[in-house]
Ligand binder design. Structure first.
Ligand code: SAM
Ligand code: SF4
Length: 323
């Protein structure tokens, strides 16, 4: 079992499989893209699978594939199949633009659920946020997942003055479709504007929804979760305090970046370079396992403590870490 110095169990691994993406969401990536990793600097599928087996041996039960956009990486279905044979729970976070043709296969492989990112229910606003006109495709793929009974949740990054006028629309949409929505605080990951001007804190999102649904209840946490949970009638939804970081005390997450850096916190300054260890013949699996155990033990109490150790405060793009 992976335990940190504050007795938190790390049993949920997020794997960033690529830093590339076919969208350019304004809070995530600059219009011109970023300095994308070269192929040789990315973990290969064989390397990810080798690490997956080591992490499984250390008690990790749940993985989430993320990126960049996981479905832009060639042959991703083969990796998903491998991971489904190693972990009890495999989840994927995706922008859903490229899901066509994969949905039945994901279900057959046993993928537990997809988190689909969609920041507007209005085509023009979707375009202005993502800088791509893919709204119709995303909506079609959301419906196709529902028709196939593949479990999904919707992720919405909330930006003041940009899409906060749609909070209630998203709740209504979620209620009508029977899909949980999760509103995410925008983090300062984007070298262009740092998302500061549009930041809307968790409490403001909550207050706005409460004003429209006075019967809204706050639910107690149901185990380690990145999200505050709420209920309106029988409908549940969440708000993720990604920037406020009020849920660090129950964090069970660890991360593998596309370039093989192992991070114990989204805000960590520097991780353990697992790609280097994997490609060093002097390192066997036992030695890599020990290095992972040590790294997890050193996890700090909160994302604020981790951030305080950083020299630079604004990151290039979330895609280099795996959101
Ligand atoms: N491309 C996939 C997608 O968009 O779902 C997976 C990768 S994306 C980096 C993972 C999640 O991080 C998405 O839900 C996205 O909205 C969120 N995200 C990206 N940049 C963010 C930021 N600056 N603040 C908050 N959430 C962010
Ligand atoms: Fe791409 Fe996801 Fe970032 Fe949007 S949030 S640019 S879809 S990686």
């Amino acid at each position: 079992m992976l335990l940190d110095q504050y007795q938190r169990i790390a049993n949920y691994l997020r794997i960033g499989v690529t830093d590339r993406c076919n969208l350019r969401c304004r809070y995530c990536m600059p219009e011109q893209g970023i300095d994308f990793a070269h192929r040789n600097d990315l973990l290969s599928y064989e390397e990810i699978t080798r690490l997956a087996q080591i992490f499984r041996g250390l008690g990790v039960e749940k993985v989430r594939l993320t990126g960049g956009e996981p479905f832009v990486r060639k042959g991703i279905d083969q990796l998903i199949q491998q991971l489904c044979s190693i972990f009890p729970k495999v989840h994927i976070t995706t922008n859903a633009t490229l899901l066509d043709g994969y949905i039945e296969a994901l279900k057959d492989m046993g993928v537990a659920s997809l988190n689909i990112s969609i920041d507007s229910l209005d085509r023009e606003r979707f375009f202005s946020i993502t800088r791509r006109d893919d709204y119709i495709r995303v909506m079609q793929n959301i419906q196709a997942c529902l028709d196939a009974e593949l479990s999904i949740k919707l992720n919405i990054v909330v930006m003041k003055g940009i899409n906060d006028m749609e909070l209630v629309d998203f709740i209504e949409f979620g209620m009508n479709k029977g899909v949980e929505v999760r509103f995410i605080e925008a983090m300062p990951f984007n070298e262009v504007d740092g998302n500061k001007d549009v930041f809307m804190p968790c409490q403001d999102i909550e207050a706005h929804i409460k004003a429209n649904y006075p019967s809204m209840n706050i639910l107690p946490s149901d185990g380690p979760s990145s999200s505050n949970l709420y209920q309106i009638g029988a409908y549940r939804f969440g708000i993720i305090p990604a920037y406020s970081r009020s849920l660090c005390g129950q964090c069970n997450r660890i991360r593998l970046t596309p370039k093989g850096e192992f991070l114990t916190c989204l805000y960590a300054k520097k991780g353990l370079n697992l790609l280097e260890l994997l490609r060093n013949e002097g390192y066997n699996n036992d030695m890599i396992r020990e290095a992972i155990v040590q790294q997890v033990q050193g996890k700090l109490k909160s994302g604020f403590d981790e951030e305080a150790k950083r020299e630079e405060r604004i990151f290039n793009s979330m895609t280099t870490i795996g959101g």
